[in-house]
Design a protein around this ligand. Structure first.
Ligand code: ASP
Ligand code: MG
Length: 424
């Protein structure tokens, strides 16, 4: 007997038939004698609709209210998960399974005060653990918790992954299964490269890079939590027949296991290729080369909540002037240019240049730590295809390359085959 947390994303609970199908997945594990907690997302499209309602509330003429109240945003947006938790509990009950729904505030799942993007601080798992022991399935609404102000708080888009992993850690689950509409984590996006392969296993650190660099399978925060609490997390499909052979396998269910790197015996040098679209590059030319310049640039950008990614500074030729280039999401360029313009005196640059519509392609693998020449082969392969590289950053386990948008797919496919990731 094991304790399992099962999380179902929006497409898996998109309508009543799919919720019924999800209930069959849960029944399979219950019938096998496991203790089960389920975490659900809102029905697909629901959260977008709720967010749209909040954002499109007509304003009183002449009102200059800058923003809606984030606490009320949370009150509205958290409702999507409340609906699915109740519906799934009903579906389970109709199959003769003892189940009940839980809202975040009922456990409670305690969060910080950052409404709209709250972080989980603590989960009281006592009640659900006891009831799971008595054979009751806990159906928990994902994405939501209770803030220190005693009000509903949501965890940021995609946050029910994080709910699931956090609950798995809190109830000391043997496994956390993230059910989605794809069969696992792939070496790259199969829509771009049909030769992409499903990975049997991927290390937490690699998954963290994949998720941060554009692979949209899991919320980044959920991977961080899984890594810290060593939660064995499976990414698997809810669209397979719940009763197909092997689906209930405790050690080796179909899907991708995200786990400690020690568990991965045959470590490849490169595990996957990720890409992030809609990057923009900003360059400040002829900056003064003196202490405090970077702080003068990135301090105000951080205050404006602009997420700066790759940063490249050149070593000055004469010790007096230098250039600084960095990337931000395309949607933030105008804001960034405004902030930098406002601070021109303080920063002290000559001209500012920017370009949108770029793509960051990244090669990821913990095997890189012990192999030389991994970056060089990427550069060679891209050069052979005539793809120009605009900026490069590296870490121990990844190489990120900034290129022009139209070359994204070619670059992904080229790198995928360069590192032998194509399925045969
Ligand atoms: N329903 C929320 C969203 O769409 C949370 C989630 O699905 O993980 O962002
Ligand atoms: Mg999701």
């Amino acid at each position: 007997m094991a304790r399992i947390v099962m999380k179902f994303g929006g497409t898996s609970v998109a309508d009543l038939n799919r919720i019924h199908n999800v209930a069959r997945h849960v029944k399979r594990e219950v019938d096998a004698g496991h203790e089960v907690a389920v975490v659900v997302s809102a029905m697909s499209g629901k959260t977008n609709e709720l967010v749209g309602w909040v954002e499109n509330m007509p304003k009183v003429a002449g009102s200059n209210a800058p923003f809606y109240d984030a606490r009320e945003y949370d009150a509205v947006v958290a409702s999507g998960e409340q609906v699915t938790s109740g519906l799934l509990a009903i579906a389970l009950q109709s199959m003769g399974i003892n189940a009940r729904s839980w809202q975040g505030w009922q456990l409670p799942i305690r969060t910080d005060n950052a409404h709209g993007a709250a972080r989980i601080l603590d989960i009281d798992g006592t009640d659900i653990t006891r009831r799971m022991g008595e054979g009751q399935v806990a159906v928990v609404a994902g994405f939501q918790g209770l803030g220190p102000d005693n009000r509903l708080a949501t965890l940021g888009r995609g946050g029910s992954d994080t709910s699931a992993v956090a609950i798995a850690a809190a109830v000391k689950a043997d496994r956390c299964d993230i059910y989605t509409d794809v069969a696992g984590v792939y070496t790259t996006d199969p829509r771009i490269e049909p030769k992409a392969r499903r990975l049997k296993k991927i290390a937490f650190e690699e998954m963290l890079e994949m998720a941060s660099l554009g692979a949209k399978v899991l919320q980044v925060r959920s991977v961080e939590l899984a890594m810290v609490h060593k939660v064995r997390t499976f990414v698997r499909s809810s669209f397979e027949d719940p009763d197909a052979p092997g689906m209930g396998d405790l050690m080796n269910p179909p899907g991708t296991l995200i786990c400690d790197e020690d568990e991965i015996v045959e470590q490849e040098v490169v595990t996957g290729i990720a890409y992030a679209k809609d990057e923009a590059q900003i360059s400040l030319r002829r900056l003064a080369d003196r202490p405090g310049v970077s702080a003068a640039i990135f301090g105000p950008l951080a205050e404006a909540h602009i997420n700066v990614d790759m940063i490249v500074q050149n070593i000055s030729e004469d010790g007096s002037k230098t250039d600084m280039t960095f990337t931000v999401p395309s949607g933030d360029v105008d804001k960034a240019l405004r902030v930098l313009g406002d601070n021109k005196e303080k920063i002290g640059y000559d001209v500012i240049q920017s370009e949108s519509g770029l793509v960051k392609v990244s090669v990821i693998g913990i095997g890189m730590r012990s192999h030389a020449g991994v970056a060089a082969s990427a550069f060679r392969a891209l050069a052979d295809k005539g793809i120009n590289i605009k900026a490069i950053t590296t870490s121990e386990i990844k190489i990120s390359i900034l290129i022009d948008g139209p070359y994204a797919e070619l670059a992904v496919r080229t790198l995928h085959s360069t590192y032998g990731l194509d399925k045969s």
